[in-house]
Design a protein around this ligand. Structure first.
Ligand code: PEP
Ligand code: MN
Length: 337
């Protein structure tokens, strides 16, 4: 539920409502707009059933939102959220390009990719140090050594680091090296992990689960935001369907829906969605045209030698051509990069 304050309400009245809600065991979150202040209410609203909230001083109206999420909702905050990662902006017309290998494999591999993607125009370097692999016998990642290599790449190139956290126990160590925590598709409903990253103030890239509805995906964002971390970036990465021609099915409709229903930036991962490098460019174009706030793309210096996801990885040269096209589109659409 959202409490919309009257345009002329004052701070004392807003505080009074917040105290009232807190005493009832609810969590108020105040959002001050240029015209009106609104208060998002989290908790079991049944305690409000016989309370005179609507007639309290300064209250204009109560808006019950049918969506199960609140903090992520456009009803709670109408303007686009712009996530600022050390000066690199995502959302609100700012397009972000994230690129790098599926997994950090070696210093040489990562530094080669980092320098190349930086030159092409990426602002973020992706790379997994902890890999959630389908098989327990597949390469599981270099763990902290991989994070240190990412950090070195950041110092050399200035790229911001995006890396996946697969369990709450790795947050402390990854916090030292990462600029953005990635929550992978397989962990989208790992609620303990979502709560833990919500307690940090670090931006979180939240991938959509393989079989998650848009509502479940946004509710996963809500978990993070309810811990007071509003720096959430949604990422559509393809869902499971009956189609086998591509690894997953890229759901660009979900990008439009998520952008309409939430104020969060939404980016697209065409690499995991399509699973084949030759389809990454056409669907990157489509994602930007559909309103995505950025792309996250797998790039490897030698895809045939990659320890994971080589089939879908672009070479640095292919990524360079993709960047040129995307930059042209961004200018055409009146966005910034
Ligand atoms: C990845 O980014 O390498 C990855 C494992 O992604 P997803 O969680 O989308 O499968
Ligand atoms: Mn991958």
């Amino acid at each position: 539920m959202i409490v919309v304050m009257k345009p002329k309400s004052d701070e004392r009245q807003v505080n009074n409502i917040c105290e009232f809600l807190t005493e009832l065991g609810l969590q108020p979150h105040v959002s001050k707009g240029s015209q009106v202040t609104i208060i998002g209410v989290i908790g079991d609203k049944r305690v409000l059933a016989d309370k005179p909230l609507e007639v309290m001083p300064g209250v204009d109206k109560l808006v019950t939102i049918t969506d199960s999420f609140k903090l992520a909702s456009r009803t709670f905050k109408s303007e686009d959220t712009v996530v600022d990662v050390g000066g690199a902006l995502i959302g609100g017309g700012n397009i972000a390009l994230m690129a790098g290998p599926c997994a950090v494999e070696s210093r040489e591999q990562l530094l080669t990719v980092a320098k190349a993607v930086k030159k092409s125009g990426a602002q973020f370097l992706r790379g997994g140090a902890y890999k959630p692999r389908t098989s327990p016998y597949a390469f599981q990642g270099l763990e902290e050594e991989g994070l240190k290599i990412m950090h070195e790449a950041k110092q050399i190139t200035g790229l911001r680091i995006v890396t996946e956290i697969i369990s709450p126990e790795f947050i402390e160590v990854a916090d030292k090296y990462a600029d953005v925590f990635q929550i992978g598709a397989r962990n989208m409903q790992n609620f303990q992990l979502l709560r833990e990253v919500g307690r940090t103030k670090k931006p979180v890239l939240l991938k959509r689960g393989l079989s998650a509805t848009v509502e479940e995906w946004i509710n996963a964002a809500e978990y993070i935001m309810s811990g007071d971390n509003f720096n959430v970036i949604l990422c559509e990465r393809g869902i499971r369907t009956f189609e086998t021609a591509t690894r997953n099915t890229l759901d660009l409709g979900a990008v439009a829906v998520a952008k309409a229903k939430t104020h969060l930036p939404v980016i697209v991962d065409p690499s995991h969605a399509l699973g084949k490098s030759e389809y990454v460019l056409p669907l990157s174009r489509a994602a930007i045209a559909a309103g995505a706030d950025g792309l996250i793309i797998e790039v490897h210096p030698s895809p045939v030698d990659a320890l994971s996801d080589g089939r879908q990885s672009l070479t640095p040269e292919q990524f360079d051509s993709l960047c040129k096209e995307v930059k042209g589109m961004v200018g055409f659409l009146g966005e910034k990069m």
